[in-house]
Design a protein around this ligand. Structure first.
Ligand code: 5RP
Length: 225
């Protein structure tokens, strides 16, 4: 089985009837949403969901999964999302799909945060993927200079030859900081810039990391402590 599918479907074991569920974004979270959809349709799984992107919301709606908003619910019991990198402390880089802001808001409202990934995503130290940073379009050139001054050459993300616009009408800078020695400090530095909306560093949040391997096996890492 595709390692992403293996991880995505395994994660749905954490989803029980009565729960408020966060739905992640990307090609691995896709398999979790599909599995939740199947269980909703065939087994009467009774949940309410909030999606981290318009794309994931549309997929959930295709299955008829009941969708909620934060006007309806004040927490999520479990969220299943993907990652671009995960380190042994279960800190993450996310945002490869451009959904990092909604993903981080959803993560912050979540009691039990499950990350699904294939084995290529598990790295000894965060950084090689590059760090996506969501910024507001106003004065993006100045924000570019300020981010660059922190020690990277940002690239304003494009898609199909056009500027990539997030679901929140913002831009993404993809920032190559090399291996990130102190993710907490870098996160704080980026957050101190007024044009930065959010970073792709998801620190101290993950409860379980489920890795699907090419061999067909699963590797499961739990938060320490
Ligand atoms: C989107 C994300 C995704 O979770 C991340 O890019 C992983 O995607 P995939 O499972 O397709 O590799 O952070 O903003």
């Amino acid at each position: 089985m595709n390692p992403k599918q293996l991880a995505g479907e395994k994660a749905v074991e954490y989803v029980k009837s009565g729960m408020n569920v966060g739905l992640g974004t990307g090609s691995t979270a896709y398999f979790a949403i599909q599995e939740i959809g199947r269980r909703f349709k065939n087994e009467g799984l009774d949940i309410r969901a909030i999606a981290t992107s318009i794309e994931s919301e549309n997929l959930a709606k295709e299955w008829g999964i009941p969708m909620a908003t934060f006007a309806d619910v004040d927490h999520l019991d479990v969220t299943i999302d993907g990652a671009d990198e995960a380190d042994p402390q279960l800190n993450l880089i996310k945002g490869g799909g451009g959904a990092l802001l909604r993903e981080k808001i959803v993560a912050s409202a979540t009691k039990f945060y499950v990350i699904v990934a294939d084995e290529r995503k598990y790295v000894p130290q965060l950084g090689p993927f590059g760090l996506p940073v969501e910024i507001i379009p106003f004065a993006w050139e100045e924000t570019f200079r300020q981010v660059k001054a922190l020690g990277c050459m940002p690239t304003r993300r494009e898609k199909d030859g056009k500027i990539f616009i997030t679901d929140n009408q913002n831009y993404i800078f993809d920032c190559d900081f090399g291996l990130i020695a102190d993710a907490y400090k870098l996160n704080d530095q980026l957050h101190s810039l007024p044009g930065v909306v959010e970073t792709g560093l998801f620190l101290d949040k993950t409860d379980v990391l489920i890795i699907g391997k090419n061999s067909g096996e699963l590797e499961i890492h739990h938060k320490k402590g």
